[in-house]
Design a protein around this ligand. Structure first.
Ligand code: QAP
Ligand code: CO
Length: 171
């Protein structure tokens, strides 16, 4: 298994819109295994292919306490079941390390996707899983958590991350 490099905000590659997976192949399955490994090593609960600079529509998520229940979503599509029911959650992002912000999103969604065998699946997730799916699907559109917060806060986060990236390069 390979540890993949996770792109960090404001890397412009995070703004790439991912293309649908035409057919789930072993190349995809190998990437998925590496993404799951990378998510666990980084103590994450979700990772989108965009974040590891692969621009096809793939997500991996594990919200289990035991970290032994990886879920794979290929070509996910979300339907918002109730536009008026929203809730806030303190979100983090492996591409925005060290920062957490409350983001308001719809609560009730239905997700249709392919699993790692290319089989079509449907899910009506609740709570954290619904939040993480929406957060990760944003990545496939080139949208980041920081796009939902004020410009001033986003600028501050950008400066701090650029500063630590520079320090890491120099060390
Ligand atoms: C998305 O994000 C998410 O800053 C997944 O230093 C997370 O796994 C959606 C992480 C929470 C909703 C709620 C972040 C790890 C992990 C950090 C993650 C960090 C280390 C983020
Ligand atoms: Co993220």
């Amino acid at each position: 298994m390979k540890l993949l490099k996770i792109l960090e905000f404001p890397d412009p590659r995070l703004r790439t819109k991912a293309k649908p997976v035409k057919e789930v192949t072993n190349v995809h399955r190998e990437l998925i295994d590496n993404m799951i490994h990378t998510m666990y090593e980084s103590k994450g609960i979700g990772l989108a292919a965009t974040q590891v600079d692969f621009h096809e529509r793939i997500l991996v998520i594990d919200i289990s306490e035991e970290r032994d229940d990886p879920q794979v979503f290929i070509n996910p599509e979300v339907e918002i079941l109730n536009k008026d029911e929203k809730s806030g959650y303190e979100e983090g992002c492996l591409s925005v390390p060290g920062f957490y912000e409350e983001i308001i999103r719809p609560e009730k969604i239905k997700v249709t996707y392919l699993d790692r065998d290319g089989k079509k699946q449907t899910l009506m997730p609740e709570g954290l899983l619904a939040v993480v799916i929406q957060h990760e699907m944003d990545h496939l559109e080139g949208i980041l958590m920081v796009d939902y917060i004020s410009n001033i806060k986003r600028q501050r986060i950008k400066q701090k991350l650029q500063k630590s990236a520079k320090e890491k390069l120099a060390s």
